[in-house]
Design a binder for this molecule. Sequence first.
Ligand code: FES
Length: 173
Amino acid sequence: DGIRRRDFLDIAAVSAAGIGGLAVVYPLVSQMAPSKDVLAASSTEVDISAIEPGQAIKAVFRKQPLFVKRLTPAEIEAANATATGSLRDPQSLADRTKEGHEDILVTMGVCTHLGCVPLGAAEGEVKGEFGGYFCPCHGSHYDTAGRIRKGPAPTNLEVPEYEFTSDTVIQVG
Ligand code: FES
């Protein structure tokens, strides 16, 4: 009786391991990158007309979160008051926005450390010590221009390729 009971426990342990294995495999499969052709063809249009100063919207670009934020004059001032050369990833706000649209900051909502989605885009979310975005996974702080200022992330939030197709619509990708 003792032996049969032990066999059962071993089988149960193997089954559990099998299920665990499946759970690990699934996300790897779901993250398989589409081919370059598919990526090149996919773009996202975002209507920015309803975004108030200080507000951001979350969109999706190539299956990843995209933040589109309209900066307030104070946020623009804070970004421009920072000496670019002192930054880990030296870029000015002008480098990261389009001419004549310095108030519209378009970035991927993907922390450049290990890929978590930073907080700060939605109403009421913490924005971190530099007033932009804060990644809660390991504490990366991004400033009002989405530039890394503190924490482990190596580079600024990525600005994807985009253009204004009108004063109120951007096409990303
Ligand atoms: Fe954002 Fe590590 S993934 S700090």
